[in-house]
Design a protein around this ligand. Structure first.
Ligand code: PLP
Length: 380
Protein backbone atom coordinates (compact mmCIF):
# COMPACT_ATOMS: atom_id res chain seq x y z
CA UNK A 1 0.00 0.00 0.00
CA UNK A 2 1.10 3.56 -0.62
CA UNK A 3 2.42 5.90 2.07
CA UNK A 4 -0.78 7.96 2.39
CA UNK A 5 -2.88 4.80 2.89
CA UNK A 6 -0.52 3.28 5.45
CA UNK A 7 -0.43 6.58 7.38
CA UNK A 8 -4.17 6.21 7.96
CA UNK A 9 -4.60 2.45 8.33
CA UNK A 10 -1.36 0.75 9.43
CA UNK A 11 -1.64 -0.65 12.97
CA UNK A 12 -5.13 0.85 13.24
CA UNK A 13 -7.68 -1.89 12.66
CA UNK A 14 -11.14 -1.04 14.05
CA UNK A 15 -11.14 -1.71 17.81
CA UNK A 16 -11.92 -5.45 18.26
CA UNK A 17 -14.00 -4.82 21.42
CA UNK A 18 -16.34 -2.12 20.05
CA UNK A 19 -15.63 -1.50 16.36
CA UNK A 20 -14.45 2.05 17.13
CA UNK A 21 -12.83 3.25 13.91
CA UNK A 22 -10.29 5.35 15.79
CA UNK A 23 -7.71 3.52 17.92
CA UNK A 24 -8.85 4.08 21.53
CA UNK A 25 -6.68 5.81 24.13
CA UNK A 26 -5.97 2.87 26.43
CA UNK A 27 -5.51 5.03 29.51
CA UNK A 28 -4.50 2.22 31.84
CA UNK A 29 -1.34 1.43 33.75
CA UNK A 30 -1.97 -2.31 34.18
CA UNK A 31 -3.95 -5.26 32.77
CA UNK A 32 -5.85 -8.01 34.61
CA UNK A 33 -4.34 -11.47 34.16
CA UNK A 34 -6.38 -14.71 34.04
CA UNK A 35 -3.64 -16.60 35.87
CA UNK A 36 -0.03 -15.78 36.69
CA UNK A 37 1.56 -14.76 33.39
CA UNK A 38 -1.60 -15.53 31.37
CA UNK A 39 -2.77 -12.32 29.68
CA UNK A 40 -3.71 -10.79 26.32
CA UNK A 41 -0.19 -9.60 25.49
CA UNK A 42 -0.18 -6.65 27.85
CA UNK A 43 0.91 -6.71 31.49
CA UNK A 44 2.12 -3.19 32.39
CA UNK A 45 1.94 0.04 30.39
CA UNK A 46 5.61 1.03 30.69
CA UNK A 47 6.35 -2.25 28.90
CA UNK A 48 3.50 -2.08 26.40
CA UNK A 49 0.22 -0.35 25.69
CA UNK A 50 -2.20 -0.92 22.76
CA UNK A 51 -2.29 2.76 21.72
CA UNK A 52 1.51 2.78 21.71
CA UNK A 53 1.59 -0.47 19.72
CA UNK A 54 -0.61 1.13 17.05
CA UNK A 55 1.70 4.16 16.85
CA UNK A 56 4.84 2.04 16.72
CA UNK A 57 3.43 -0.13 13.91
CA UNK A 58 2.25 2.85 11.89
CA UNK A 59 5.46 4.88 12.16
CA UNK A 60 7.64 1.82 11.53
CA UNK A 61 5.72 1.14 8.34
CA UNK A 62 6.16 4.76 7.18
CA UNK A 63 9.93 4.50 7.73
CA UNK A 64 10.06 1.14 5.85
CA UNK A 65 11.09 -0.48 9.14
CA UNK A 66 10.31 -3.83 10.70
CA UNK A 67 10.59 -2.42 14.21
CA UNK A 68 9.45 0.87 15.76
CA UNK A 69 9.93 2.06 19.32
CA UNK A 70 8.14 5.14 20.70
CA UNK A 71 9.52 7.47 23.38
CA UNK A 72 8.40 10.29 25.63
CA UNK A 73 10.33 12.90 23.62
CA UNK A 74 12.83 13.21 20.80
CA UNK A 75 15.58 13.48 23.40
CA UNK A 76 14.13 10.40 25.13
CA UNK A 77 14.72 8.55 21.84
CA UNK A 78 18.24 10.01 21.49
CA UNK A 79 19.27 9.19 25.05
CA UNK A 80 17.99 5.62 24.67
CA UNK A 81 19.80 5.06 21.35
CA UNK A 82 22.99 6.48 22.95
CA UNK A 83 22.79 3.55 25.39
CA UNK A 84 23.94 1.33 22.51
CA UNK A 85 27.33 2.95 23.17
CA UNK A 86 29.61 2.13 26.12
CA UNK A 87 31.92 4.52 27.96
CA UNK A 88 35.24 4.73 26.10
CA UNK A 89 33.56 4.27 22.71
CA UNK A 90 33.31 7.10 20.20
CA UNK A 91 30.38 8.74 18.41
CA UNK A 92 30.97 11.05 15.44
CA UNK A 93 28.16 13.61 15.01
CA UNK A 94 27.40 16.16 12.34
CA UNK A 95 28.74 19.45 13.72
CA UNK A 96 25.50 21.45 13.60
CA UNK A 97 23.54 18.82 15.48
CA UNK A 98 20.39 19.95 17.35
CA UNK A 99 21.50 21.99 20.39
CA UNK A 100 19.72 19.70 22.85
CA UNK A 101 21.64 16.69 21.50
CA UNK A 102 24.91 18.63 21.85
CA UNK A 103 23.97 19.54 25.44
CA UNK A 104 23.38 15.84 26.13
CA UNK A 105 26.61 14.62 24.53
CA UNK A 106 28.84 17.35 25.97
CA UNK A 107 27.36 17.76 29.45
CA UNK A 108 25.83 14.37 30.27
CA UNK A 109 27.66 11.58 28.43
CA UNK A 110 31.13 13.07 27.90
CA UNK A 111 31.79 13.47 31.65
CA UNK A 112 30.99 9.73 31.98
CA UNK A 113 33.80 8.82 29.56
CA UNK A 114 31.99 8.62 26.22
CA UNK A 115 33.90 10.16 23.31
CA UNK A 116 32.31 12.58 20.86
CA UNK A 117 33.64 14.36 17.81
CA UNK A 118 31.78 16.75 15.56
CA UNK A 119 32.31 16.86 11.80
CA UNK A 120 31.15 19.76 9.62
CA UNK A 121 28.69 18.67 6.92
CA UNK A 122 31.07 19.76 4.14
CA UNK A 123 33.63 17.21 5.37
CA UNK A 124 31.30 14.21 5.15
CA UNK A 125 32.60 13.58 1.63
CA UNK A 126 35.76 12.35 3.43
CA UNK A 127 33.92 10.62 6.27
CA UNK A 128 36.11 7.48 6.08
CA UNK A 129 39.17 9.55 7.06
CA UNK A 130 37.45 10.54 10.32
CA UNK A 131 36.48 7.04 11.50
CA UNK A 132 38.48 4.57 13.57
CA UNK A 133 37.99 1.13 15.15
CA UNK A 134 36.56 2.72 18.24
CA UNK A 135 33.75 4.61 16.44
CA UNK A 136 30.46 2.93 17.33
CA UNK A 137 27.99 5.41 15.77
CA UNK A 138 27.97 8.05 13.04
CA UNK A 139 25.11 10.43 13.87
CA UNK A 140 23.68 12.76 11.25
CA UNK A 141 20.77 15.09 10.70
CA UNK A 142 19.90 15.82 7.08
CA UNK A 143 18.64 18.48 6.58
CA UNK A 144 20.41 19.60 9.75
CA UNK A 145 19.10 21.90 12.43
CA UNK A 146 19.50 24.91 12.06
CA UNK A 147 21.89 25.28 9.07
CA UNK A 148 19.92 22.95 6.75
CA UNK A 149 23.06 21.15 5.66
CA UNK A 150 22.65 18.00 3.59
CA UNK A 151 24.58 14.75 3.98
CA UNK A 152 24.59 11.92 1.43
CA UNK A 153 22.94 9.15 3.51
CA UNK A 154 23.98 6.24 1.29
CA UNK A 155 27.63 7.35 1.19
CA UNK A 156 27.64 7.94 4.97
CA UNK A 157 26.15 4.47 5.55
CA UNK A 158 28.79 2.85 3.33
CA UNK A 159 31.65 4.64 5.11
CA UNK A 160 30.23 3.90 8.58
CA UNK A 161 29.73 0.21 7.79
CA UNK A 162 33.22 -0.14 6.32
CA UNK A 163 34.57 1.10 9.68
CA UNK A 164 32.26 -1.20 11.67
CA UNK A 165 30.05 1.67 12.89
CA UNK A 166 26.28 2.19 12.78
CA UNK A 167 24.68 5.09 10.93
CA UNK A 168 21.92 6.87 12.87
CA UNK A 169 19.86 9.47 11.01
CA UNK A 170 17.72 12.02 12.81
CA UNK A 171 14.94 12.33 10.23
CA UNK A 172 12.91 14.94 12.14
CA UNK A 173 13.29 17.71 9.54
CA UNK A 174 12.51 15.58 6.50
CA UNK A 175 9.92 13.11 7.88
CA UNK A 176 9.48 9.70 6.23
CA UNK A 177 7.20 11.32 3.65
CA UNK A 178 10.19 13.15 2.15
CA UNK A 179 13.07 10.82 3.00
CA UNK A 180 13.49 7.23 4.22
CA UNK A 181 17.04 6.73 5.54
CA UNK A 182 16.70 2.98 6.20
CA UNK A 183 16.09 2.43 2.47
CA UNK A 184 19.40 4.23 1.85
CA UNK A 185 21.41 2.05 4.23
CA UNK A 186 21.02 3.74 7.63
CA UNK A 187 20.77 1.40 10.63
CA UNK A 188 18.54 3.48 12.90
CA UNK A 189 16.22 6.42 12.28
CA UNK A 190 15.23 8.72 15.13
CA UNK A 191 12.53 11.39 15.34
CA UNK A 192 11.19 14.09 17.50
CA UNK A 193 7.50 13.34 16.86
CA UNK A 194 6.86 16.67 18.57
CA UNK A 195 7.51 18.20 15.15
CA UNK A 196 5.99 17.28 11.75
CA UNK A 197 4.73 13.83 12.76
CA UNK A 198 2.53 15.27 15.53
CA UNK A 199 2.18 18.39 13.42
CA UNK A 200 -0.03 20.56 15.65
CA UNK A 201 2.20 21.87 18.49
CA UNK A 202 0.23 19.89 21.06
CA UNK A 203 2.44 16.94 22.00
CA UNK A 204 6.03 16.03 22.94
CA UNK A 205 7.21 12.64 21.66
CA UNK A 206 10.02 10.63 20.13
CA UNK A 207 10.52 7.56 17.97
CA UNK A 208 13.24 5.21 16.70
CA UNK A 209 13.04 2.60 13.93
CA UNK A 210 15.34 -0.13 12.62
CA UNK A 211 15.37 -3.24 10.46
CA UNK A 212 18.08 -4.92 12.52
CA UNK A 213 16.46 -7.47 14.88
CA UNK A 214 19.37 -7.37 17.37
CA UNK A 215 19.28 -3.58 17.63
CA UNK A 216 15.48 -3.68 17.86
CA UNK A 217 15.55 -6.20 20.71
CA UNK A 218 18.04 -4.06 22.61
CA UNK A 219 16.00 -0.87 22.03
CA UNK A 220 12.78 -2.55 23.25
CA UNK A 221 14.71 -3.70 26.32
CA UNK A 222 16.10 -0.18 26.87
CA UNK A 223 12.64 1.34 26.31
CA UNK A 224 11.19 -0.60 29.24
CA UNK A 225 14.38 -0.47 31.33
CA UNK A 226 15.14 3.25 31.03
CA UNK A 227 11.44 4.12 30.97
CA UNK A 228 11.31 7.15 28.62
CA UNK A 229 7.90 6.01 27.33
CA UNK A 230 5.06 8.12 25.92
CA UNK A 231 1.62 8.11 27.54
CA UNK A 232 -1.34 6.68 25.59
CA UNK A 233 -2.92 10.09 24.92
CA UNK A 234 0.36 11.40 23.48
CA UNK A 235 0.58 8.31 21.24
CA UNK A 236 -2.99 8.95 20.08
CA UNK A 237 -2.20 12.58 19.23
CA UNK A 238 0.78 11.57 17.08
CA UNK A 239 -1.31 8.83 15.40
CA UNK A 240 -3.91 11.44 14.52
CA UNK A 241 -1.27 13.87 13.28
CA UNK A 242 0.32 11.30 11.01
CA UNK A 243 -2.96 10.72 9.13
CA UNK A 244 -2.51 14.12 7.41
CA UNK A 245 1.31 14.06 7.21
CA UNK A 246 1.46 13.67 3.42
CA UNK A 247 -0.97 16.53 2.78
CA UNK A 248 0.72 18.80 5.29
CA UNK A 249 4.23 18.11 4.00
CA UNK A 250 3.22 18.99 0.43
CA UNK A 251 1.99 22.38 1.60
CA UNK A 252 4.97 22.95 3.96
CA UNK A 253 7.34 22.34 1.03
CA UNK A 254 5.36 24.55 -1.36
CA UNK A 255 5.25 27.43 1.14
CA UNK A 256 8.88 27.09 2.25
CA UNK A 257 10.05 27.15 -1.35
CA UNK A 258 8.00 30.31 -2.05
CA UNK A 259 9.38 32.01 1.09
CA UNK A 260 13.00 31.00 0.31
CA UNK A 261 12.79 32.22 -3.29
CA UNK A 262 11.30 35.52 -2.10
CA UNK A 263 13.83 36.00 0.72
CA UNK A 264 16.70 35.60 -1.75
CA UNK A 265 15.63 38.84 -3.44
CA UNK A 266 15.19 40.90 -0.27
CA UNK A 267 17.65 43.65 0.58
CA UNK A 268 19.07 43.18 4.09
CA UNK A 269 18.92 39.37 3.90
CA UNK A 270 22.53 38.25 3.68
CA UNK A 271 22.11 34.58 2.83
CA UNK A 272 19.25 32.09 2.55
CA UNK A 273 19.68 28.43 3.52
CA UNK A 274 17.15 26.12 1.84
CA UNK A 275 18.11 22.82 0.18
CA UNK A 276 15.56 23.47 -2.56
CA UNK A 277 17.58 26.42 -3.88
CA UNK A 278 19.91 25.35 -6.72
CA UNK A 279 22.62 27.50 -5.09
CA UNK A 280 22.54 25.33 -1.92
CA UNK A 281 25.70 23.16 -1.80
CA UNK A 282 23.63 20.08 -0.90
CA UNK A 283 20.91 20.67 -3.52
CA UNK A 284 21.87 17.83 -5.87
CA UNK A 285 22.13 15.28 -3.03
CA UNK A 286 18.86 16.50 -1.51
CA UNK A 287 17.14 16.22 -4.90
CA UNK A 288 18.34 12.62 -5.13
CA UNK A 289 17.52 11.39 -1.63
CA UNK A 290 14.48 13.52 -0.77
CA UNK A 291 11.04 13.62 -2.32
CA UNK A 292 10.92 17.42 -1.81
CA UNK A 293 12.95 19.92 0.21
CA UNK A 294 11.04 20.38 3.45
CA UNK A 295 9.41 23.21 5.37
CA UNK A 296 12.41 24.77 7.14
CA UNK A 297 14.21 27.88 5.91
CA UNK A 298 17.07 29.72 7.66
CA UNK A 299 18.63 33.02 6.70
CA UNK A 300 21.22 35.52 7.89
CA UNK A 301 19.91 38.92 8.90
CA UNK A 302 22.18 41.98 8.58
CA UNK A 303 23.27 41.74 12.23
CA UNK A 304 22.39 39.94 15.50
CA UNK A 305 20.43 43.06 16.52
CA UNK A 306 18.41 42.98 13.29
CA UNK A 307 17.70 39.28 13.79
CA UNK A 308 16.46 39.89 17.35
CA UNK A 309 14.35 42.86 16.21
CA UNK A 310 12.85 41.05 13.23
CA UNK A 311 11.50 38.11 15.23
CA UNK A 312 9.48 40.45 17.44
CA UNK A 313 7.95 42.21 14.41
CA UNK A 314 6.32 39.35 12.51
CA UNK A 315 2.66 38.72 13.29
CA UNK A 316 1.88 35.39 11.59
CA UNK A 317 5.34 33.91 12.21
CA UNK A 318 5.12 33.53 15.98
CA UNK A 319 8.30 33.87 18.04
CA UNK A 320 8.71 30.41 19.55
CA UNK A 321 10.98 27.38 19.77
CA UNK A 322 10.02 24.12 18.02
CA UNK A 323 8.99 23.53 14.41
CA UNK A 324 6.98 21.36 12.09
CA UNK A 325 3.50 22.46 13.03
CA UNK A 326 0.67 23.86 10.92
CA UNK A 327 1.39 27.39 12.15
CA UNK A 328 4.53 29.30 11.15
CA UNK A 329 7.24 29.96 13.73
CA UNK A 330 10.31 32.20 13.78
CA UNK A 331 13.32 32.16 16.12
CA UNK A 332 16.97 33.07 16.63
CA UNK A 333 18.72 29.68 17.13
CA UNK A 334 21.89 31.13 18.75
CA UNK A 335 19.79 32.54 21.60
CA UNK A 336 16.99 29.99 21.71
CA UNK A 337 17.02 26.38 20.39
CA UNK A 338 20.81 26.24 20.04
CA UNK A 339 21.89 28.33 23.04
CA UNK A 340 23.56 25.17 24.40
CA UNK A 341 26.05 25.33 21.50
CA UNK A 342 27.12 28.93 22.29
CA UNK A 343 30.64 27.90 23.30
CA UNK A 344 30.96 25.02 20.78
CA UNK A 345 33.20 25.46 17.73
CA UNK A 346 30.12 25.22 15.50
CA UNK A 347 27.83 27.70 17.31
CA UNK A 348 24.88 28.93 15.24
CA UNK A 349 25.68 32.37 13.74
CA UNK A 350 24.23 35.08 16.02
CA UNK A 351 22.41 36.72 13.06
CA UNK A 352 20.79 33.46 11.91
CA UNK A 353 16.98 33.44 11.80
CA UNK A 354 15.17 30.09 11.49
CA UNK A 355 11.70 29.80 10.01
CA UNK A 356 9.38 26.86 10.40
CA UNK A 357 7.09 27.61 7.48
CA UNK A 358 3.54 26.52 8.25
CA UNK A 359 0.62 25.69 5.99
CA UNK A 360 -1.07 29.09 5.98
CA UNK A 361 -1.37 31.00 2.67
CA UNK A 362 2.09 31.58 1.16
CA UNK A 363 1.06 35.12 0.15
CA UNK A 364 0.13 35.99 3.74
CA UNK A 365 3.43 34.58 5.03
CA UNK A 366 5.51 36.55 2.53
CA UNK A 367 3.51 39.71 3.32
CA UNK A 368 4.14 39.19 7.05
CA UNK A 369 7.90 38.86 6.55
CA UNK A 370 7.93 41.75 4.10
CA UNK A 371 6.31 44.18 6.57
CA UNK A 372 8.59 43.03 9.42
CA UNK A 373 11.80 43.23 7.37
CA UNK A 374 10.86 46.70 6.09
CA UNK A 375 10.21 47.88 9.67
CA UNK A 376 13.62 46.57 10.77
CA UNK A 377 15.31 48.27 7.83
CA UNK A 378 13.73 51.63 8.81
CA UNK A 379 14.79 51.15 12.44
CA UNK A 380 18.41 50.26 11.81
N1 PLP B 1 16.09 16.23 16.93
C1 PLP B 1 15.86 17.39 16.28
C2 PLP B 1 16.37 17.56 14.87
C3 PLP B 1 15.16 18.41 16.91
O1 PLP B 1 14.94 19.56 16.26
C4 PLP B 1 14.70 18.22 18.25
C5 PLP B 1 13.97 19.29 18.96
O2 PLP B 1 13.91 20.41 18.52
C6 PLP B 1 14.97 17.01 18.88
C7 PLP B 1 15.66 16.03 18.20
C8 PLP B 1 14.53 16.76 20.30
O3 PLP B 1 13.16 16.51 20.33
P1 PLP B 1 12.21 16.80 21.60
O4 PLP B 1 12.15 18.27 21.77
O5 PLP B 1 10.91 16.15 21.21
O6 PLP B 1 12.85 16.14 22.78
Amino acid sequence: MDFETRAIHEGQEPDPATGAIVTPIYQTSTYVQEAVGVHKGYDYSRVNNPTRTALQQCLASLESAEHGIAFSSGLGAVTTVMHLVDPGQRVLLIADVYGGVYRMTSQVYEPKGYLFDYLPAAEFANLADHLDDNTRIVWIETPSNPMLNIVDIQAAADAAHAAGALLVVDNTFATPYLQRPLELGADIVVHSTTKYLGGHSDVIGGFAATNDPTIAERLYFLQKSLGAVPGPFDCWLVLRGVKTLALRMKKHCENASAVALWLQRVLGVEHVFYPGLPSHPGHAIAARQMHDFGGMVSFLAGSPEEAAELVTRTKLFQLAESLGSVESLIEVPARMTHAATATAPFAAPPNLVRLSVGIESAEDLVADLSVALAAVAVQT
